[in-house]
Design a protein. Structure first.
Length: 326
């Protein structure tokens, strides 16, 4: 119910004060002019009661002698006291109503608690005032019954995963019930779905098992792909022994280069299979050739030095003979 406006209070005070002043100026302090004060009071009450102010979003439903007279507002408007009566003020803004369904069985007999919120607005204030009593409570009950109906027709998995579909179904169902009341439902949203704790634990274990199964499937597929690549590599190594030997030597190299303290034990069978003995023989032969080359170079250097020394001695002896002859 709307409170008395400040304009009505001001008019009441002005008219009543005017009656008092008129009585005092006309009759003085005598009680002969008391009727002026009474008349001023009645007039002040009548005028202040006839002036009403509605906010921008409010609409006043006015009955005249018990029958619908019209809708008033927003702004300043007048009614006839004792004849006109404002039965309700309708808020035309979009409003929200929270509602819930507790311990309601789903289609697969699982008890759930569902919290939801309803967005609605009055589009026909006349119907909202005349077609239903206390339309806000009626909307709440309509929303609750619709929610219970939808839960009873829906399985738990769909409740948890298909909320958008349920929201649309609730919207159509509730809007169909409230349209005759001049109310339009703009949206319905499910906020939360609560299930029993024991069932929640079971679902969590099931989800964990499903994740582990998927991980094992992925791991098995990866191992299959690796085995296929190994099979392809074995065919390649079988057709090309050089590639196999290079791969084996590369593995040895990778094992030795990271840490000098690493000891790699190579079985003799692996040496034979990789023909490492041949490679060792080739390395020894190469080392022998290098040693021979070094010896030859050393002999050449020594012969060159001896030749130079001989030439120097010959020059000295020739010089001494020349000096003797002179």
């Amino acid at each position: 119910m709307k409170s008395v406006s400040s304009i009505s209070s001001l008019l009441f005070f002005i008219i009543f004060l005017g009656g008092v002043v008129l009585e005092y100026t006309t009759y003085g302090p005598n009680i002969d002019g008391f009727w002026l004060i009474g008349g001023g009071f009645i007039l002040a009450v009548y005028v202040s009661s006839s002036i009403k102010i509605a906010d921008q979003w409010d609409c006043a439903v006015v009955l005249r002698l018990g029958k619908f007279h019209g809708l008033k507002g927003p702004g300043l408007f007048f009614i006839i006291p004792l004849i006109d009566r404002i039965v309700c003020w309708i808020d035309t803004r979009t409003l929200t109503t929270a509602f819930k369904a507790e311990k309601t069985l789903t289609k697969d007999t699982v008890p759930v608690d569902v919290d939801a919120v309803l967005f609605w607005k009055v589009i026909d204030p006349k119907k909202a005032a005349l077609e239903v009593a206390e339309y806000q409570n009626a909307i709440n009950w309509a929303a609750q019954t619709a929610l219970r109906d939808v839960i009873g027709k829906t399985e738990l998995s769909d409740m948890l995963e298909g909320r958008e579909k349920i929201d649309k179904e609730l919207l159509n169902l509730i809007d169909g019930r409230t349209q005759p009341w001049g109310i339009q439902v703009s949206a319905v949203e499910i906020k939360d779905v609560l299930i029993p704790q024991s069932l929640e634990n079971s679902m969590s274990m099931q989800a964990q098992a499903e994740r582990e199964r998927q991980a094992r499937v992925i791991l098995g597929d990866s191992e299959r792909q690796i085995a296929e690549k190994f099979a392809e590599a074995s065919v390649t190594y079988q057709d090309n022994p050089v590639a196999f030997h290079l791969r084996a030597m590369n593995m040895l190299y990778e094992g030795l280069k990271n840490d000098n303290s690493t000891i790699v034990i190579v079985p003799s069978s692996a040496v034979d299979s990789m023909q490492l003995g041949a490679y060792t023989g080739m390395a020894a032969l190469t080392m022998g050739i290098d040693e021979k080359n070094k010896a030859k170079n050393k002999a050449k250097k020594e012969a060159s030095l001896e030749k130079k020394e001989t030439e120097v001695k010959d020059d000295i002896e020739q010089n001494e003979q020349d000096e003797i002859e002179e």
